[in-house]
Design a binder for this molecule. Sequence first.
Ligand code: SF4
Length: 451
Amino acid sequence: MNDVPEVVRAFSPHIVITDTGTPFELKVEEKGDELDFYIEDGDTEAYFNINKDEFEAKDTEDYKRKAKAWVKQQLYIYCNRLTGTDLPYGCLTGVRPTAVYYRSIGSYSNIKAHLINDYFVDEKRASLIEKVVETQNGYVKKDPRRADIYVNIPVCPSRCSYCSFISAEYPRVKKLIPQYVEAVVAELKKIKRTMVVKGYYPGAVYIGGGTPTSLDAESLDRITAELNFGVEYTVEGGRPDTMTKEKLKILKDNGVTRVSVNPQTFHDETLLKIGRRHTVSDFYDAYSIAKSYGFQINIDLIAGLPGETPADFEWSLVRAYELRPENLTVHSLSLKRGSALKDNYNRVMDGTVKKMCDFAIDTLLSVGYLPYYMYRQKNIADGLENVGYTLPGYVNRYNVDYMEETTTVLSAGAGAVTKYVFPEEGRIERTANAKGIEEYIRRAFAEDEGK
Ligand code: SF4
């Protein structure tokens, strides 16, 4: 019953969710061969019933999964009637819409139809999921010896108003950076030893955050030099105002192959509003420096930024794809606790962001981009998705590995999560580092003293 109430949450704010929970009482009961499901919301109640044989379950696990899917379907039908609202992903909750697709291979001859008929996913999203799976074909490989490496640099030049990541403003933590870099480098050396001992080979490297290029050139050099394995190597520059020639040269010299330069929008007025402290012109400057060093580039855009209309977003999208970056990621605005915008900007559920994302899907596909990974978040505008698009042949393998959970990821830095994937056993083990920079440093140096 953890996942089931997510169906109700997906209808927020059409259905008001309070801190104490959903406005419904849900009850699921097994009675002999039957499964009964009641909903009561004070005024009305509904009752659904099914004979368990109809699930045609192969085993107990399969039964559990199918019973849960059935309960979610009934709940979706109920909420859909109550609110008159169709959600783009129907009763499909969870971060990875492709997971259901992969799970259905071998059981359904037409998986797209299964998504539409059994999960109420709309036609456009069902096609999108199918296309993502198609693009990922050949990249989703379960190799127990492959390990990606992730480094978290939770520092940014200023805080964007929509951000809910744990990321500190650079001026506030500047004096801690030398110790942080020291601790990260030590952890990376440890990771490299682990790789030798456990027999992993390096798959892909990703330095994210935050804004890793907020670091000074010397710090960036020390960290990136540790990871020059000659494989796909991405650094999320993110904020164009941090990407100087000097830093990009260091990245190039240390084997980095890809960078993100993220405008989020091509409207200066919006950039000011969301606290990014850079201009569209700064973005173009950073983009052309990155291009001059031969990096493959990702551009991030956000649909649904405050005050933007579909026409504003369309303008940004066209400006972005005209540059022909190898990757272009379109996020739908998602506001969580911890973001400054959350207080005076409710979740958008009026169809505006859907118009933007529909335009993005149609346009990017028509100009030669392929959707290659996707994920969803809680409170995402119009119940949509974030999609990474790629020019053919430029899939960022780390993103696929991470999203599809097929590859071990060894991680360093504050808040980083190491994930050991055991494909043969269908098992994943996770361990998380301390979240804040101060605590991460404290523990790293305490460990050293304990040796
Ligand atoms: S650049 Fe990214 S991580 Fe940093 S504050 Fe903005 S949204 Fe958050």
